[in-house]
Design a protein around this ligand. Structure first.
Ligand SMILES: Cc1ncc(COP(=O)(O)O)c(C=O)c1O
Length: 406
């Protein structure tokens, strides 16, 4: 059998002419319209700033879910605070019964994510925190748009954070939003002129590397190739050619995990977002982003329902949200997952948990970290990208003999 062709669909949005298509207005709320928010360089920087606003430091404990990306933990460690882990239920909500029985006295904050962009029931979480004087950090890194129950997304936490690169074609960016009165918005240092130019050129380079800027692709790629060649000439041959700038989530997997486990870059976390990334996140029409993601999520739900070996983890997409990724539960994810990564399929898995995450009763988190693949479903995937992702899942995880008719 000949090997399948290499597929290089982007794992995160990339700029193209279609970025500017469609209506600007949508009915969904966005953290970008939050009345008290600040643009940061990343979601992890926003978590760090949130913890600083809440005066979390050495001796304090922050509760985090067992199912996590290390970037949710490293800001806590960077500030010298302790992290402890709580179990989640089969929808990703915190197990409040377990928390009530086990919450340590030194707990200063509870971080709750809206996994995959699907809103969690926050009313009970808010009440739980209020009853104990514990601050709530609402992690909207996956949930830029929509509502969680009766309130707009991002308005339940004492503070909320978001990540721009997951929804917009920017090389960097996050949001910190403050809901509790009395918290002071941090002052950030301005981005340097070099940072400003680099952000603008990275945005164009990403688009051209993925062939999205018809008419300009060759020109832009040529300009970057020339720049790399000149740099090699000046600095020596060890300076490699970069196909396109890498964002978190797009690096080689081992590199990405190491970067995520490292302590946070403090100066970068206290730096303001560049104009180019801010402009993109504020100006690009939003309707296409929300509609395409919802359409892609529904497509995958249909494609992976009634199959043997895989199933949609959360098939019901609530009406008022825009998903970040499509969570696919896979019975035997290894070695197929490594093969998907090797082929450039836009997929990730949170399989490297922070050291010391305990096995807890009734916890879905540890099982998710092994069995759940996060398939990209963003607005810049084409129909053929979606079909090729489905083909790879079928080839690697669905046994033909057992595949049920669609
Ligand atoms: C739930 C969650 N919170 C926070 C972050 C950090 O966001 P960023 O990558 O923008 O630093 C991530 C990143 O993957 C995440 O998945």
């Amino acid at each position: 059998m000949s090997p399948p062709p290499t597929m290089l669909a982007p794992r995160l949005p990339v700029i193209g002419w279609s970025t500017f298509a469609g209506a600007a207005h949508i009915d969904q709320h966005s953290l970008l319209d939050h009345p008290r928010h600040l643009s940061t360089t990343s979601g992890r920087a926003a978590i760090l700033l949130a913890l600083e606003c809440l005066r979390v430091g050495p001796g304090d404990l922050v509760l985090l879910p067992t199912y996590h990306c290390p970037t949710m933990v490293s800001p806590v460690k960077t500030l010298g605070a302790d992290a402890a882990f709580y179990p989640i239920d089969e929808h990703g909500a915190p197990r409040l019964d377990w928390l009530s029985a086990h919450v340590p006295a030194s707990t200063k904050a509870l971080l709750v994510p809206h996994y995959f962009g699907l809103p969690q029931p926050m009313e009970a979480v808010r009440a739980w925190c209020d009853a104990r004087g514990i601050a709530l950090i609402e992690d909207c890194a996956h949930a830029m748009f929509g509502r969680a129950g009766a309130r707009p997304i991002g308005s339940w936490g004492d503070v909320a954070i978001a990540s721009l690169t997951k929804f917009f074609p920017t090389p960097e960016g996050g949001i910190l939003a403050l809901n509790r009165a009395g918290l002071t918005m941090p002052a950030l240092t301005p981005a340097s002129r070099i940072d400003q130019v680099k952000a603008g050129s990275d945005i164009l380079h990403m688009g051209a590397a993925h062939d999205r800027l018809t008419g300009l692709n060759r020109l832009i790629r040529g300009a970057f190739a020339l720049k790399s060649a000149l740099r090699r000439l000046v600095k020596g041959p060890s300076t490699g050619t970069q196909a396109a700038p890498s964002r978190h989530g797009e690096l080689d997997e081992a590199e990405e995990i190491d970067a995520n486990m490292a302590l946070i870059d403090l100066p970068l976390s206290h730096r303001a977002l560049t104009h180019a990334s801010g402009w993109i996140s504020r100006r690009v029409p939003r309707r296409r982003i929300v509609e395409a993601r919802r359409h892609h999520y529904a497509f995958f739900t249909e494609a992976f329902s009634r199959r043997d070996g895989v199933h949609p983890l959360l098939p019901a997409l609530p009406p008022d949200c825009a998903p970040y990724v499509f969570p696919l539960w896979v019975r035997t994810p290894d070695p197929g997952y490594a093969e998907m990564r090797r082929l450039g399929v836009p997929v990730s898995r949170w399989d490297r948990l922070w050291p010391g995450v305990p096995g807890l009763p009734g916890d879905a988190g540890k099982s998710w970290s092994h069995h759940v693949l996060q398939l990209a479903c963003h607005q810049d995937l084409s129909e053929s990208d979606l079909h090729r992702i489905v083909e790879q899942v079928e080839r690697l995880f669905i046994t033909p003999a057992a595949a049920a008719p669609r």
